[in-house]
Design a protein around this ligand. Sequence first.
Ligand code: ATP
Length: 221
Amino acid sequence: MKKQFAVIGLGRFGGSICRALASEGMDVLAIDLDEEKVKEYASIVTQAAIADTTDEKALKGLGIRNFDHVIVAIGDNIQASILTTLILDEMDVRHITVKAQNDYHEKVLRRIGADEVVHPERDIGVRIAHNVVSRNVLDYLELSDEYSIVELAAGNKLDGKKIIDLDLRSKYGCNILAIKRGDDIHVSPEPEESLQNGDVLIVIGADEDINRVENYWIDEA
Ligand code: ATP
């Protein structure tokens, strides 16, 4: 059976989630206080409803308990975001993802039952910072407070070098998970494999080691 999603709050973030889920053919219920927003999304999602989600009765009336995944994308009104999350948790909604505005908000959300807290502005800021520090960093995924995965562009200087010659593991404690070459992806590449200009290396490691790779190795190699 298709998974049922509900998105609460149709700002830019919630709205883009609705569009993406709808374009993947998912069933989506879009909810907002604002009638105009609801009208805007009515033709995009399966169902759109006007409701104040801090009102338990309104949420019950929408049958929110039966949804597999509810995304709370209420931004500025932190109080409404917290109260909505609390009610969803009390109603035993299976999976709750909430957008946090700041670290305090995140802490509270985790305490009151959010299964997943996202911080889009902060996360995109971190990615952009890595990207501007080193042009070689194409993308950045934070795994935990200490570990990340990065996509590094292999420049001209790495052309023809073997993975084993880079000494990435012993010198920097990082590992190459895969190499993207055009449309191909080589997972767990062999140490003897040679790199080419234009390859994208997907590297995993501790943040400080990855930083060393970004700052010294890639630029200097
Ligand atoms: P973004 O950065 O995603 O654009 P935004 O600034 O548009 O965020 P907000 O305006 O804070 O986000 O909130 C997103 C939506 O949540 C708004 O459309 C707002 O009407 C809706 N919203 C706020 N409070 C409630 C509530 N209690 N019940 C339902 N929807 C709500």
